[in-house]
Design a protein around this ligand. Structure first.
Ligand SMILES: Cc1cc2nc3c(=O)[nH]c(=O)nc-3n(C[C@H](O)[C@H](O)[C@H](O)COP(=O)(O)OP(=O)(O)OC[C@H]3O[C@@H](n4cnc5c(N)ncnc54)[C@H](O)[C@@H]3O)c2cc1C
Length: 500
């Protein structure tokens, strides 16, 4: 959208028959009717960035995307109780936390206030590229540094406010959004739970895939061409510079190539190792990757009105669960689960009198010597999930299943082209963030730009939208030599023809 609006001649090559990748939909036609599931993201946070992208292109996001702000964010169910029902109201948050620990409840406001400051300091940093170590010395970074606490983790940072381990979990399970353990996730990411409480959680009507379809339509309206079922086989280069892409139909010439495919997969498959200096296969192999997920998408007869839209079920032995996910050699008996019961908000996702259940169990990513996803492993994981669902209060599900689909880490790798099935990309430890993450303007091949969860600022939809904006700005700067330092002016003066 941004590039087409700026006047570039844009072609998107997508290997699948639909847009969206991990954010596409599973549409299942059954005798009962159509069930629709989001493949991946279900928590839609901080829509402001997407709204800004639409408005920069002269469009209103609200014309094509309906976001419902959830009144109840989620049910946070601890295996041995209590179950908290959380929303954006600070008094309600204090009240619910006091059910865990009244002392901790007294510090909720301080936590929120401190994270509001931290968030404001970090937003400008997440909005710009980090192409060199010198970017760490810019004034905004230096101002934010005291709040970064680089040696501290999310869990350690929470200890400054809360004593009870359950309260820690209530404000730290969000590091799973990055596929990381709160014990390893940098303390910066306490802003994730803050953002939920401050800005709310949204459900896009029609699911997250509906947002992707709206983006596709908007891009086409701005002049971009979308070529589905067209896998890229190689990024073509001459003298270290991208000159186009190879598809099954032959070479497609281009002045610049924007790579949205999963970073590590794209490197392994699309640019030969010898053409890469920094991001060689050896280096990629040594990097840390996020966890993966075992998914069940269930079409259920009947409705589930007693369950909220989102339920997070936290294992009693959470530490063991994390250790097992990180080791990636076995299934964790002590599994935590996330369940989405979307039809309480969006009944159109299932036929009348039916519901959809999306069940996510975090598991280790694929690795040498790790768990192998054979038919037996799938069956074992399914059994485990069904038993955990029962514990989480989703009783008599089994006999009401009218549609079922399972996705394992091996499917993430094979079907969705995600390296090692690590669905939240390269991990977000400090050694793999900012200038140490693959740069938006790719270091190893000129005129290649990166977008998606594998580049700066990182994984998760709002951040990915921000990364797309950063990369588009860099590309426009590089191809607009007469206005090298004034992107804003460039955008203001972009002719309206691109909107017609
Ligand atoms: C189960 C799950 C739950 C999640 N929950 C949330 C959530 O609640 N909130 C949130 O914000 N984030 C969530 N995420 C993370 C979020 O989905 C990802 O960060 C994001 O979707 C990644 O987007 P991307 O554009 O980087 O990659 P992708 O979505 O994988 O897009 C890459 C695209 O490139 C295409 N492609 C790959 N190779 C080629 C090729 N050779 N030629 C042509 N096309 C190619 C793919 O088909 C795909 O369409 C979740 C992820 C998963 C898997």
């Amino acid at each position: 959208m941004l590039l087409a609006h700026a006047g570039a001649d844009v072609t998107v090559f997508e290997r699948h028959a639909c847009v969206g990748g991990r954010s596409s939909a599973i549409d299942a036609e059954t005798d009962a009717g159509r069930f629709r599931f989001d493949v991946g993201p279900t928590f839609f946070l901080y829509p402001q960035i997407l709204k800004d992208i639409f408005s920069r292109c002269g469009l209103y996001m609200e014309d094509t995307i309906t976001l419902k702000r959830l009144e109840e964010h989620y049910d946070l169910a601890f295996e041995k109780g209590p179950t908290l029902r959380l929303n954006s109201c600070i008094e309600a948050l204090e009240r619910e936390v006091s059910r865990i620990d009244p002392h901790d409840a007294r510090n909720v406001r301080q936590f929120v206030a401190d994270n509001r400051k931290k968030f404001r300091k970090f937003v400008p940093i997440l909005r710009r590229p980090f192409n060199s170590v010198l970017d760490l010395l810019r004034p905004d970074m230096l101002r934010a540094l005291p709040m970064l606490r680089p040696m501290s983790s999310v869990d350690k940072d929470l200890a400054r406010y809360f004593k009870n381990p359950k309260t820690h979990l209530a404000f730290s399970f969000q590091s799973k959004y990055l596929g990381m353990s709160p014990y390893r996730c940098p303390s910066l990411f306490t802003i994730l739970s803050f953002m939920e409480h401050e800005y709310g959680i949204y459900h896009p009507v029609g699911g997250t895939a509906a947002v992707m379809e709206a983006l596709r339509n908007a891009a086409e309206g701005l002049g971009a061409t979308i070529r589905l079922n067209t896998p890229i086989r190689e990024i073509l280069t001459e003298n270290g510079c991208a000159v186009g892409v190879q598809t099954d139909e032959g070479p497609q010439k281009a002045d610049a190539v924007v790579v949205n495919a999963d970073f590590a997969q794209a490197m392994n498959r699309l640019i030969p190792d010898r053409k890469r200096k920094r991001w060689t296969n050896r280096v990629l192999e040594r990097k840390k990757y996020s966890c993966s997920t075992f998914m069940m998408y269930l079409g259920i007869e009947g409705t589930l009105p007693n369950h909220g839209h989102h339920t997070i079920f936290l294992a009693e032995d959470y530490d063991r669960n994390f250790a097992e996910i990180e080791a990636g050699t076995s299934l964790s008996e002590a599994a935590s689960l996330y369940v989405q019961n979307a039809c309480v908000t969006d009944p159109g996702q299932a036929p009348d009198g039916h519901s959809t259940l999306y069940v996510l169990m975090p598991v280790g990513h694929l690795r040498d010597g790790g768990l192998e996803w054979t038919d037996e492993t799938r069956a074992e994981a399914r059994k485990l999930v069904m038993a955990r669902l029962e514990k989480a209060g989703f009783t008599d599900i089994e006999e009401r299943i009218r549609f079922e689909k399972i996705v394992t880490p091996a499917d993430w790798e094979d079907t969705y082209a995600v390296h090692k099935g690590a669905v939240f990309n390269l991990a977000h430890n400090l050694g793999q963030m900012l200038h140490r993450r693959p740069h938006n303007c790719f270091e190893d091949v000129k005129n290649v730009y990166l977008v998606g969860g594998g580049t700066h600022p990182g994984s998760g939809l709002p951040v990915i939208f921000e990364g797309a904006r950063i990369s588009s700005d860099l590309l426009i700067r590089d191809f607009t030599p007469e206005r090298p330092r004034s992107l804003n002016k460039f955008f203001r003066k972009t002719p309206a023809h691109a909107l017609s």
